[in-house]
Design a protein around this ligand. Structure first.
Ligand code: FAD
Ligand code: NAP
Length: 550
């Protein structure tokens, strides 16, 4: 049952300065920073606890693919020192424990209303405040509204008929229950071979009697090389955390890495393969793809890296036909998010694992007892959906957001997301989005980008308070220029060539727009800092009672 804000909140909590939607990495840190400013703030979260991504995605094998020591908050040196990461890539339970620790350590829970979904947010121009409606039919209002709703929080199921007929067990990776799920002795089907499927499949394969993997598009996956962290390396990082965090912020993806200095095609195949091998052995997301300047710019350069990975797949998978089916050939390497795995390709050598190529034999329907493709019917006791998200805009689109003059965000974004710096929209005063579309977000270590956006939003609100302004709103000109810039930088790369969730291609009818900003974390930070230093250039600052510039 949804909690009642009107009933549970104290009068002071109802007389709010700010409402934050979401209690993942972003919402928790934003609450911490707004409290520092002295703002009366309430967080509204659909789940019954903190954690966001790490609350919902409890499927077997779920873990981060940015190294734990890096995929963590930098704002509190004390927190950095006291928390002990145990593995190179932390498991979901460990990251969830960390976020619970953060919530407790900074006493954040008292300002969070759980089990409550925000359904609408309307700007009241007369009062210059946002009125937020929840699924408990509560209405609360505040001067500022901050969406910490997540880029990958609106999960989606395949658009295939008949699911309601299916009588077996179903599980969704992004909505995994809190109870342990086992598949011993069962005939299991997994649909989806993105990062979630690739992490879950090897573990499900060990339990299931038979596992059938339904693959629409094979992905490029590299071995994570996960292992326990040694006390020595943890101590070394902790002793140098400030320099390490600075290196994160100054790196393109928020993950410290040597920048490439050479072009792939200017070297020999032996040299390239040696470099790719070194990247492969590092077991991270950035080293192989970052080997050369032109991998994400030149199709021929990209193909050298793609073929290196396909050769790795052929070397592991014993059946050549299965190896070929697992080999990505329909998009350049890196233009769909690469995956890190533990024993993924090896799993397809198991006698109990079968691969179905949905490009040759598409899904037709779910039946009472399984899945029918255009070629065959598969009897299944359980189906696991690892079918991804309506990414970057899905969670915002699920809320009825209306700005000045009652204009709906959904209509403003009907041809794709429009905003300034991924953080603010023309026509929507005092509404902020943390790691919104058109910011580096999903192309980066998300915690680095979340902290950057939260710090910027907090500084902006502090500036308004200091200078006696009531509201801030992106101008249409600044928004148009930013949308154009993001598209131009994206078009310079190979990213738009893939049918990826970055492009909205996984959601039927969604506009095809390359949504993240590919200019890099440091360049983005510099632009945001310049905007602030120039008195919030590209924004209109509004005094209470003054009309906003249109
Ligand atoms: P989220 O964690 O998604 O939190 C958003 C919260 O908002 C959710 O709890 C949701 O319930 C709530 N919410 C949404 N809409 C509403 C509403 N209308 N009303 C109330 N509440 C609402 N990124 C990396 O950088 N490195 C990784 O290794 C990595 N691994 C990932 C693994 C998985 C399985 C997934 C799915 C994503 C991963 N990501 C990773 C991306 C990850 O989403 C971010 O790193 C980060 O956790 C996002 O935090 P957030 O607070 O912005 O959003
Ligand atoms: P995803 O990458 O979008 O993968 C979804 C998979 O389901 C794809 O293989 C997709 O095929 C398939 N699919 C979707 N609809 C289908 C349909 N109708 N029929 C058949 N197949 C269908 O989603 P995800 O794996 O959940 O990952 C999303 C993102 O979350 C990742 O890219 C990453 O950023 C993050 N993540 C990170 C980790 C980690 O390692 N830390 C783990 C999980 C998630 P197509 O490719 O053909 O669309």
């Amino acid at each position: 049952m949804a909690a009642s804000l009107e009933r549970d909140a104290t009068p002071e909590q109802q007389n709010l300065d700010a409402i934050i939607v979401g209690a993942g990495f972003a919402g928790l840190y934003q609450l911490y920073r707004l409290r520092e400013l002295g703002l009366r703030t309430r967080v509204i979260e659909a789940a019954d606890d903190v954690g966001g991504t790490w609350y919902w995605n409890r499927y077997p094998g779920a873990r981060c693919d940015v190294q734990s020591l890096s995929y963590s908050y930098s704002f509190s040196p004390e927190l950095e020192q006291e928390w002990e990461w145990t593995e190179k890539y932390a498991t979901q339970p460990e990251i969830l424990r960390y976020l619970n620790h953060v919530a407790d350590r900074f006493d954040l829970r008292r300002d969070i209303t759980f089990s409550t979904r925000v359904t609408a947010a309307h700007y009241d121009e007369h009062a210059a405040r946002w009125t937020v409606t929840t699924d408990a039919a509560d209405k609360i209002d505040a001067q500022f509204l901050i969406m910490a709703t997540g880029c990958l929080s609106a999960s989606k199921l395949p658009e295939v008929p008949g699911l309601e007929r299916y009588r077996g067990r179903t599980h969704e990776t992004a909505r995994w229950g809190q109870q342990e799920v086992r598949f011993d002795g069962l005939r299991v089907g997994v649909i989806g071979t993105g990062s979630s499927g690739i992490q879950a499949i090897p573990i499900i394969a060990e339990q299931a009697a038979e596992l059938t993997v339904f693959q629409r598009t094979p992905n490029f996956s590299m071995p994570a090389g996960n292992r326990p962290l040694t006390g020595e390396e943890v101590a070394r990082t902790k002793a140098n955390y400030r320099a390490f965090r600075a290196a994160q912020r100054n790196s393109r993806a928020g993950i410290p890495a040597e920048p490439a200095t050479e072009f792939a095609l200017a070297t020999t195949q032996e040299e390239r393969n040696a470099k790719y091998e070194a990247g492969w052995q590092k077991g991270d997301l950035v080293s192989l793809g970052g080997s050369y300047i032109d991998i994400l710019l030149d199709p021929a350069a990209n193909e050298t890296a793609a073929e290196f990975i396909r050769a790795k797949i052929r070397a592991v998978v014993t059946d050549p036909e299965v190896a070929e089916t697992l080999s990505p050939r329909t998009f350049p390497f890196g233009t769909k998010r690469p995956c890190l795995d533990t024993g993924y390709y090896e799993t397809f050598n198991r006698p109990n694992v079968h691969l179905v190529d949905l490009r040759k034999t598409p899904l037709v329907e779910f039946t009472q007892t399984g899945i029918r493709t255009s070629a065959e019917h598969y009897e299944l006791d359980a189906i696991v959906f690892a079918t991804g998200f309506d990414a970057m805009t899905g969670a915002l689109g699920a809320i009825d957001i209306k700005g000045r003059n009652g204009v709906a965000l959904s209509s403003r974004w009907s041809a794709g997301p429009r905003n300034y710096l991924g953080v603010a929209m023309a026509g929507f005063p005092n509404l902020f989005t943390i790691t919104g579309p058109l910011s580096p977000s999903v192309l980066s270590n998300m915690v680095v980008s979340i902290e950057q956006h939260v710090d910027w939003i907090t500084d902006c609100i502090a500036h308004l308070r200091r200078t006696g302004y009531h509201a801030v709103e992106a101008t249409t000109e600044a928004e148009d220029a930013w949308v154009k810039h993001v598209a131009e930088v994206g078009a310079f790369t190979l990213f738009p060539q893939a049918d990826s969730w970055y492009m909205g291609a996984n959601v039927p009818g969604k506009p095809r727009v390359f949504m993240p900003y590919v200019g890099g974390v440091p360049e983005f930070r510099q632009k945001c800092d310049e905007v602030a230093a120039n008195g919030y250039e590209g924004f209109t600052l509004i005094k209470q009672g003054e009309p906003a510039a249109v």
